[in-house]
Structure formats: structure tokens, C-alpha cells
Design a binder for this molecule. Structure first.
Ligand code: PEP
Length: 252
């Protein structure tokens, strides 16, 4: 059984104070949650205080990006060791906004992934097609390219330490969610790629989250799909009430 994961990606939202207040409010309200893991990804500036606030609770802290070098002349970047030092347990890698805003390539995703793993962080690796690619019948080709490039050179034990997120770009921040069936189809495709590259055990165990306009109203339908192991939530993770409603999807 794969334990579901509900992760909130806060993107470029929330000051340190807002992040701390959110986690203070969330902590007691998920104290009895056993059915899923809960993670939030604050911006870099709020990571250390968020992690301090989350200490000893069920809230895991993820960074939204990482550089592959341990240190160096990389203005604006942050290393895996710095994320650990700030108290992170997870890191999102290859989010479509990084790929599109910063031209991040599959090769860079791969370098970041390897560096995060070497440091002991749990990577959440994002893949997904654009609307143009979907309409052009390229979805599986794009996912395969991102998967093979992003996970190149990983051993099965390394792969067992990652999570994936399928995030169709056309569904992110648009209010246009993939139907549960459509999402599940891509998840199954990704799981088969994992089977081919890393074997049955890894493929059956890897948790694949869906991301793209997940809301309290649609999460239960998505989570009812056998192939969908959780959600990576952007906009709806910014308020405690809507994030909690998503976390509590079994009682929706
Ligand atoms: C995301 O940031 O990964 C995301 C899926 O955003 P939203 O839920 O707002 O579409």
C-alpha cells in the first residue's frame, strides 16, 4: 500500500510570519491525521522558520528548488546542504514554472535530483505536458523524455527514495483540472516507465502525486483513482481551511 501524500506548493507567496502562522494553525488540526503524509513548500526566505515551527509535528517541509553544487558562485541559488541546514526534508525539483520561467532542462533536473538524493533530501520530481503537446498527441512522448532524462543514471535504491508529481501544465493555476481518468492514465504510463527502468518493486512503491488545480471539491474524485497517490496543491494550499479540506479528502 502506498501512503498518500498531500503537499502544498506555496510558490512565491507568504512572508516568514505568514508561514509560521499557517503552520501553527495547521499543526494541531492534523495531529490525528494518519491516512496521509502532509508537506508544505514555503519560499526560501521562510524555510528555516517554517521548519522550526513544524518540528515534532506531522508537517514536512519542502524547498521549491535546489542547486546541484554544494557551494559556489551561483547567485540566487541554494544548495542541498543549505536546505538541510534550514530544516527541509523534501525538495520539489523540475516544477513546470522552473522549466518555463528559468529554462530548466531535463539534464539539470537530473543533476539536482542526484545532488538532493546524495544530501539525504526526498525529491518530489515534477513532469507534465503543455496544452500544445497534449493537443498534438505528444503527452506520452513528453513524459517519457522527462522521465528518462530526469531519472537518468539512478539506481533502483535511489529511485525508491523519490516521489513524482504528474502536473499537466495546462491544469496548473488555470482552474482546469485533469479528469481523474485522464490523470490516472498518465500516472499509469509513468508507473510503467518506472517498471521498465527500475523494476516491479520500485514501480509498485513509487508515490505519484497529481498536481493541477486540485481543490477541496475535486480531490476525492482524484484520490479515488488507484493510480493517484496524492496531490501537489498550489493555490488551494494557501489557506489553512482549503488545505485542510484537501487533507481530509476521505471525509469529503
Ligand atoms: C502547483 O503549483 O504545483 C500547482 C499544481 O498549482 P495549482 O494547484 O494552483 O494549479
Amino acid at each position: 500500500m502506498r501512503k498518500p501524500v498531500i503537499a502544498g506548493n506555496w510558490k512565491m507567496y507568504k512572508t516568514r510570519g505568514e508561514a509560521v502562522a499557517f503552520i501553527e494553525e495547521l499543526k494541531p488540526r492534523i495531529a490525528n491525521v494518519e491516512h496521509c503524509d502532509v508537506i508544505v513548500a514555503p519560499p526560501f526566505t521562510a524555510l528555516a522558520e517554517a521548519a522550526q515551527t513544524a518540528k515534532g509535528s506531522k508537517v514536512g517541509i519542502a524547498a521549491q528548488d535546489v542547486h546541484w553544487d554544494a557551494e559556489g558562485a551561483h547567485t540566487g541559488d541554494v544548495s542541498p546542504g543549505m536546505l538541510l541546514d534550514a530544516g527541509c526534508s523534501h525538495v520539489i525539483i523540475g516544477h513546470s514554472e522552473r522549466r518555463h520561467d528559468h529554462g530548466e532542462t531535463d539534464e539539470q533536473v537530473n543533476r539536482k535530483l542526484k545532488a538532493a538524493l546524495a544530501a539525504g533530501l526526498t525529491p518530489i520530481v515534477c513532469v507534465g505536458e503543455t496544452l500544445e503537446e497534449r493537443e498534438g498527441g505528444q503527452t506520452q512522448k513528453v513524459l517519457e523524455r522527462q522521465f528518462l532524462g530526469g531519472f537518468a543514471g539512478l539506481t533502483p535504491p535511489e529511485f525508491s527514495r523519490i516521489m513524482m508529481a504528474y502536473e499537466p501544465v495546462w491544469a496548473i493555476g488555470t482552474g482546469r483540472t485533469a479528469t481523474p481518468e485522464l490523470a490516472a492514465e498518465s500516472h499509469a504510463f509513468l508507473r510503467n516507465l518506472a517498471r521498465r527502468q527500475f523494476g516491479d518493486e520500485q514501480a509498485n512503491a513509487v508515490r505519484i502525486l497529481y498536481g493541477g488545480s486540485v481543490k477541496p471539491q475535486n480531490v476525492a474524485g482524484l484520490m479515488a483513482q488507484e493510480e493517484i497517490d496524492g496531490a501537489l496543491v498550489g493555490g488551494a494550499s494557501l489557506s489553512v481551511e482549503s488545505f485542510l479540506a484537501i487533507i481530509n479528502y476521505p471525509s469529503a
